[in-house]
Design a protein around this ligand. Structure first.
Ligand code: G3H
Ligand code: 13P
Ligand code: ZN
Length: 285
């Protein structure tokens, strides 16, 4: 059942578990995410980026997710979210299409500009009952950093600034940077747990962790204890999808695309299930 992300994450925060926000680009990934959540009776968030708007069409992908959630997943809460909206225009487009949750990512902007644009989006979104996530600090992307010389201080969320940012903008959820990084094997050797605890002590909203889809279950459990209510997962399930396709394409001379994509879907579903188990949201639908 379609459910607002704000409600899904409020429950997670209260219950001391986290919910996965999984990126989709197509039918098979969407089915894998929702079917995995359904099998485990878990709430789930399905999200898309601007690049996927370009690839699949904004309306097309939104209604694909919404239809699957409404017709095949009546018993579990499913939130639909715009991930990393980097401009006002993209966020506005998502709201017009029907997204009930959006991220405005001004993390690369000067603090004052990030506040200004985030605040403007919050005002418009809240008037329409739409949830807003923003990012402070900066979760870097694979390929951006020289791993041996990286200065993590330039990426980290400042706890006091996070408090001011939340108060000034009125956002609903906050993406934090504590040594996490998009893509595999690019994060800081150890997350800055103390920083996360400090942020949690200063703000009361649900915190979101991007770029941690390669973290082991111990790290995941530790940051949930310290205030993370939502994990964004993209790389882990993309790799699973590609693994499934690769196996089919190597093992047989297969020309039925449904068999190739069906196997990729199964692999993806298993990867999603593992994440849901680690986040502790199984049985919480
Ligand atoms: O941070 C989010 C995604 O991992 C980036 O995905 O290639 O669809 O922008 P994208
Ligand atoms: P990963 O690259 O760790 O999967 O992070 C995904 C993400 O943060 C999407 O917003
Ligand atoms: Zn991200």
């Amino acid at each position: 059942m379609l459910t607002n992300v704000k409600d899904i994450l409020a429950k997670a925060k209260e219950g001391g578990y986290a919910v996965g926000a999984f990126n989709t680009i197509n039918l098979e990934t969407t089915q894998a995410i929702i079917e995995a959540a359904k099998d485990l009776s878990s709430p789930v968030i399905v999200q898309v980026t601007e690049k996927t708007f370009e690839y699949a069409g904004g309306r097309g992908i939104y209604h694909l997710i919404a239809n699957i959630a409404e017709f095949y997943a009546k018993d579990i809460p499913v939130g639909i979210h715009l991930d990393h909206g980097k401009s006002f225009e993209v966020v506005e487009r998502a709201m017009d299409i029907g997204f009930t949750s959006v991220m405005y990512d001004g993390s690369r902007k000067e603090y004052a500009d990030n506040v200004m644009m985030t605040k403007k989006i919050v005002e418009i979104a809240h008037a329409r009952g739409i949830t807003v996530q923003a990012e402070l600090g900066n979760v870097p992307y694979i390929g951006e950093m020289q791993m041996d010389t990286v200065d993590w201080n330039q990426y980290m969320t400042d706890p006091e600034q996070a408090k001011a940012f939340v108060e000034e903008t009125g956002i609903d959820t906050l993406a934090v940077a504590i040594g996490n990084a998009h893509g595999f094997f690019r994060e800081r050797s150890e997350p800055d747990y103390e920083r996360l605890s400090k942020i949690q002590s200063l703000v009361s909203l649900p915190l979101v962790l991007h770029g941690a889809s390669d973290w082991d279950n111990e790290r995941v459990a530790e940051v949930i204890k310290r205030g993370i209510s939502c994990f964004n997962v993209d790389t882990a399930i993309r790799l699973a999808f590609i693994g499934g396709m690769r196996e089919m394409l190597q093992s047989v001379d297969e020309t039925d695309l449904r068999k190739v994509l069906g196997t990729a879907r199964e692999y993806t579903k298993e990867a999603v299930k593992k994440k849901i188990e680690a986040f502790g949201s199984a049985g919480k639908a």
